[in-house]
Ligand binder design. Structure first.
Ligand code: FEO
Length: 442
């Protein structure tokens, strides 16, 4: 077997994300463990939602053991030839006994069909929730291969080495798992602890400060699953790995424990809301208002919610606001209420912009509610409610709709609406969930 070429020389003057270094061949990570991934310096958006100005990498690994060769993850389909070329530098296809799929998203499984066609004898292991995804990916070919699920506690004896598996759902998809190599103490984390940054120097101690790229990745990829990230960190940190091998961006070898601390800081910084900090609950009332009518409802809702002891309420006019800072606020809040007038049968754009932004934020299980004024049809409230339901939020109260300008009676009802929402937050109100069919029929 030819020896892999050495990694490119590090250029300490080059900024993080520098991609002009010659693309490396297979790179030895540890004795017998090689990076065989792909570099994608030209990528400018990932999963549509994330800008990737520094490109990205798809990290895959080949592990030589006394029991054969293990491939851990693959790469995006467009980089199949590059991946196979690196693999061929360190192993023959007939040596491959095991393929580990930590996550089935196409950026990690695009080259899998080509790999399986060349190594059909290999056993494929993945999480149970990955099985239906793999069946869909391989189609009729699924039955041709030796494919089996693994979960936390399962391990594979590789002779001189051992792989064990940790099911870590929603970091990033339900199927995601992490893989632990002993005695090397290498942790393969797939998307977790990754960065969208393409740098041919590969290792964290060679690429300079990439904390910004790591934080941006966290914000866009992991943030909606913050509680799952925390659970995964609790599961994995006690392993005390000597090296963390994510599927995107630099390989973390300089101080893996610091990498855990950094990730915990990313999750914690967004976890402490004002209400929580004060030992209570927090409610945000967002609104946009064309003629002041919806704003008056918002004020009444805020005043009503403020009467509930232990609930901190903030009211925010969405008009001409930058939405970025709201992500932290919303993630820290226990509930959000959105108000919009109905204009041309729809909620207004600032409200939709915020609802779109919620895709990047962990909203599952938070309290949600909608309100608004209207002239003749009033669709905005129902549309907002449907979106909040789609975000897996909890809607304990049907939305509040008021025709034209609110009367004193309407404002009293808005005050009571705010009181009831706050009582749902503190648990004083009886728990209930508005049925989606009920919303649609109103
Ligand atoms: Fe890197 Fe969720 O894929």
């Amino acid at each position: 077997m030819p020896a892999p070429p050495p990694p490119p020389p590090a250029d300490p003057a080059a900024p993080p994300g520098f991609a002009a270094a010659p693309s490396p061949g297979a790179v030895e990570v540890r004795e017998g463990l090689h990076w065989i991934g792909a570099l994608d310096p030209g990528l400018r958006s990932f999963d549509v939602i994330l800008q990737t100005e520094l490109g990205t990498s798809y990290n895959a690994y080949a592990l030589r053991c006394s029991a054969g060769v293990v491939i851990i993850d693959t790469v995006k389909a467009a980089f199949t030839a590059e991946f196979l070329a690196r693999l061929e530098q360190v192993a023959r296809y007939d040596e491959i006994t095991l393929i580990v799929l930590n996550h089935l998203e196409p950026d990690h499984t695009g080259a899998l069909p080509a790999l399986l066609a060349r190594a059909p004898q290999a056993r494929v292991v993945l999480s149970p929730r990955g099985l239906p995804m793999l069946r869909a990916l391989l189609g009729a070919g699924f039955e041709r291969y030796d494919i089996g699920p693994v979960t936390t506690g399962d391990a594979v004896d590789l002779g001189d080495r051992r792989l064990s598996f940790f099911t870590t759902p929603y970091v990033h998809w339900p199927d995601t798992q992490c893989t632990w190599l002993e005695p090397d103490r290498v942790l393969f984390t797939c998307d977790l602890m990754g960065s969208h940054m393409c740098d041919a120097r590969l290792f964290d101690d060679l690429v300079g400060d990439f904390s910004g790229a790591q934080a941006h990745y966290y914000d866009c990829i992991m943030r909606p699953f913050r509680s799952f990230v925390t659970t995964a960190l609790d599961l994995l940190e006690p392993l005390a790995p000597s090296l963390i091998a994510p599927a995107h961006g630099p390989i973390l070898r300089s101080d893996p424990q610091a990498a855990f601390r950094h990730y915990r800081a990313l999750t914690a910084a967004r976890g402490a809301g004002r209400g929580a900090a004060a030992g209570g609950r927090s409610l945000l009332v967002f609104y946009a208002s064309a003629y002041g009518a919806t704003a008056r409802l918002a004020q009444a809702i805020e005043a009503g919610a403020e009467t509930e002891p232990g609930v901190h309420v903030s009211m925010i006019d969405l008009q001409a606001q930058q939405l970025g800072p709201f992500a932290d606020l919303i993630e820290a809040a226990d509930g959000i209420v959105l108000g919009s007038p109905t204009i041309n049968g729809d909620a207004v754009r600032p409200v939709w912009d915020l609802l779109t932004r919620l895709a990047d934020v962990e909203t599952r299980g938070k309290l949600g509610a909608a309100f608004g004024t209207f002239g003749w049809s009033g669709e905005a409230v129902r549309l907002i409610e449907a979106r909040l339901q789609g975000l897996k939020m909890r809607l304990p109260e049907p939305g509040l709709r008021v025709r034209m300008h609110p009367s004193e009676a309407d404002l009293a009802e808005a005050h009571a609406f705010g009181q009831r929402l706050a009582a749902h937050l503190t648990g004083r109100a009886e728990s209930r969930e508005v049925d989606f069919a009920e919303l649609a029929s109103r």
